[in-house]
Design a binder for this molecule. Structure first.
Ligand code: BEZ
Ligand code: FE
Length: 308
């Protein structure tokens, strides 16, 4: 196709920008910004339509951001510097870009959007970087603490459907940090392999008992550009204490979720935005340890659904 000439757009650049400074910017005037107008025209024949549309929306959002923040050249260079540092912080053990997506709430937003659950079902959350498939099978009431370090925890779980019927035979994968807030695969020299990980089966009534130690909250990696960003924003990097679960049962959508300690001091400021009222559990002192219970409610599979 023949592109419409955009010289007319270029001519209006100065005029448009002058009218756009400050916070009071209308969406339709952002749409008039030269590059916002030109981009969809220039990409009309793009091989990847979805990508071109997404980039057009991104440019429109960035145009609005420039106007609303009175962005300067120095601001642009600061952003370029920050993104460069994020890239430089990545290696085969560390993914600072994923961390950035996490702290911007993008990972949680994608999860909510792609794995919505009906009212009454347990919300799905991100998997996170510490999941390992193939955690050893554990019998009812068996412990996942292989080193015995920490304060004992008994986690009484029930897996049920939306009608309140227990689901027997569900596979319940659990993984958690230890009492120092460290996962087994973060310190392979200090913790036994598969420490604090296991796969249980729900029994009659959908019930199962996990024996473990009480997990501690932990900080997301704060020694890189994302950590420095959080610091400048006055945001904490501590995640509230939690256990992770992935539950599979025939005929139901797989549930990946967290269960959080309601009393954790960081419960209202999870840097990854994964906390949800329906994911809070009460950890009660019990003898020399702690006990808690939690009901996981699974939603039925959607025929032909692409995601769980
Ligand atoms: C986690 O809870 O294991 C986690 C999730 C995302 C980023 C960092 C940690
Ligand atoms: Fe975690």
């Amino acid at each position: 196709m023949i592109l419409k000439p955009d010289s007319g757009i270029r001519l209006t650049t100065q005029m448009l920008w002058e009218g756009q400074r400050g916070m009071d910017v209308q969406a339709d005037s952002i749409a008039e910004l030269p590059f916002v107008r030109a981009f969809p025209l220039r990409t009309a024949d793009a091989r990847d339509r979805r990508l071109a549309d997404a980039m057009g929306l991104l440019m429109r959002g960035l145009g609005g951001l420039i106007c609303q923040t009175n962005a300067s050249r120095a601001d642009l260079m600061a952003v370029v510097g920050f993104l460069t540092e994020v890239g430089e912080a990545c290696d085969n053990k560390r993914q600072e870009w994923v961390l950035l997506a996490d702290v911007l709430g993008l990972t949680t937003a994608i999860e909510c959007y792609n794995a919505p659950r009906p009212e009454g079902a347990t919300p799905n959350t991100m998997t996170g970087p510490f999941y390992r498939p193939g955690a050893p099978v554990r019998g009812e009431g068996e412990t996942i603490s292989l080193d015995g370090v920490g304060t004992p925890l008994i986690f009484a779980a029930t897996v049920a459907d939306l009608n309140g019927q227990g689901i027997e035979g569900a596979a319940v994968e659990v993984w958690q940090a230890n009492a120092r807030g460290m996962y087994e695969n973060q310190e392979p020299d200090l913790q036994p392999e598969f420490n604090l990980r296991g796969t249980y089966r729900s029994g009659p009534g959908g019930r199962l008992t996990i024996r473990s130690v009480k997990p501690a909250g932990y900080a997301i990696p704060a020694d890189g550009p994302v950590g420095r960003l959080m610091e400048r924003l006055g945001l904490g990097t501590m995640r509230p204490a939690h256990l992770h679960f992935r539950i599979h049962a025939a005929g139901f959508q797989t549930l990946t979720t967290h269960v959080f300690d309601r009393e954790d001091p960081a419960i209202d400021r999870d840097p990854l935005f994964a906390v949800h009222d329906a994911l809070l559990a009460d950890f009660r002192p019990d003898g020399a340890g702690w006990t808690t219970d939690f009901r996981f409610v699974l939603a039925r599979s959607i025929p032909d659904a692409k995601s769980s």
